[in-house]
Ligand binder design. Structure first.
Ligand SMILES: [Zn+2]
Length: 267
């Protein structure tokens, strides 16, 4: 039986070293006004990404000549522009929770209103208004704004626990019967997540973004099904997508809609 050389890096450690950045600088593509972040790391091929804010990042293998990097980018100038146009068209404002602002609950708009109330009073959805019990003192605008923001976050988290928790339990049961197995969610954590909508650990612990509560239910269901499929397959390979497709035949469409939703509703 062949023995592995002790110095041979495992697949996992090689991937980790791939990400190690050995050089990083801000550059402009010669002959254009395109600024970009240039990084060299242990990757094997050139990679370019356009982020939601329109910024461009290029990662190159160590030792690759800059002329190759520049010609690679020049050949993709139209693609960069298309990406930037798409992001600009869908970029939404980040609105703080203040008196009169609009918030979304299951994609329905509600106007935020602070209401004087005794301690431990519950927030209420009344018509198109979200009444938030808030100990505003008046006279100190900054302190009042913070109190309202805290009351809003409390409401958002409570609703997310209630709505996402119930929905997840239901979907958990459903997926067990569809896949005829006994994989189940061991615990649910709801918290503010800035980059992801959810995650699932190998022990079956699911974490969901509190911000999901603003989404339409079909998109929430996509996130829940995605994480429930991770209970069975931890990666995003063909088996994972086959499971997801079984649960949601239009999963691809919903994934695209979530991407756009994330751009239009920055967290
Ligand atoms: Zn995933």
């Amino acid at each position: 039986m062949a023995a592995l050389s002790p110095s041979a890096p495992s697949r996992r450690s090689r991937r980790k070293s791939d990400r190690r950045i050995v050089e990083e600088k801000q550059l402009t593509l010669p002959g254009t006004d395109l600024d970009f972040l240039f990084q060299r790391d242990g990757c094997r091929s050139l990679r370019m990404t356009v982020k939601a804010d329109g910024s461009v990042r290029v990662r190159a293998p160590a030792g690759l000549p800059m002329s190759r990097v520049f010609s690679f980018m020049r050949a993709r100038l139209t693609w960069i522009q298309e990406k930037r146009t798409f992001f600009a068209a869908h970029r939404g404002p980040c609105v703080p929770a203040r008196d009169g602002a609009t918030t979304l609950y299951l994609a329905r708009p509600f106007t935020i209103r602070p209401v004087p109330a005794p301690k431990n009073a519950m927030a209420r959805l009344v018509g198109h208004v979200l009444e938030l019990p808030c100990r505003c003192r008046g006279g100190d605008a900054e302190a009042d704004a913070k109190a309202l923001e805290r009351a809003f976050r409390r409401w958002q988290k409570n609703m997310a626990h209630l709505v996402l928790g119930r929905r997840l339990s239901r979907m958990d049961r459903l997926t067990r019967s569809v896949f005829n197995d006994d994989r189940h969610v061991s615990s649910l954590v709801v918290r503010s997540l800035k980059r992801r909508w959810g995650s699932c650990s190998a022990r079956g612990e699911i974490t969901l973004a509190v911000q999901l509560i603003a989404m339409p239910l079909p998109l929430i269901d996509y996130v829940l099904c995605h994480e429930l499929c991770h209970l069975r397959v931890m990666n995003h390979g063909p088996r994972f997508h086959a499971l997801l497709h079984t649960l949601l035949p239009d999963a691809k469409k919903r994934e695209q809609l979530i991407h756009i939703w994330g751009l239009e509703h920055p967290r």
